[in-house]
Design a protein around this ligand. Structure first.
Ligand SMILES: [Zn+2]
Length: 97
């Protein structure tokens, strides 16, 4: 797995540089980065999987609200770390549909 690079200057991003992709600017050339339609689709799938896991977990194991929140936060954190590997950046903002 590889982290994405800038569409303009090919700078390879570090994880901490792209953890919030909607605020993304290249630290080298300062150009704004937009997620491609494809990578937005992939990351929304990623968002869907943790929700399903939490839901299924709750069906089989009766979790307290506190435990649910802790597991939820953990999964979100994991998501934030893994998702950037599936990002691809482009020059223009692509329409959602
Ligand atoms: Zn750049």
């Amino acid at each position: 797995m590889k982290l994405p690079y800038c569409w303009n200057c090919q700078h390879h991003f570090k994880l901490r540089e792209i953890i919030l992709p909607w605020k993304q600017k290249c630290p080298v050339c300062g150009k704004k980065q937009f997620l491609t339609k494809e990578s937005r689709f992939n990351t929304s799938l990623f968002g869907f999987i943790p929700m399903t896991i939490i839901f299924l977990f709750n069906l089989f194991v009766k979790l307290s609200t506190l435990n649910m929140i802790i597991i939820g936060l953990f999964i979100i954190l994991l998501f934030l770390i893994i998702a950037p590997y599936f990002y691809k950046f482009t020059e223009n903002e692509e329409p959602i549909v």
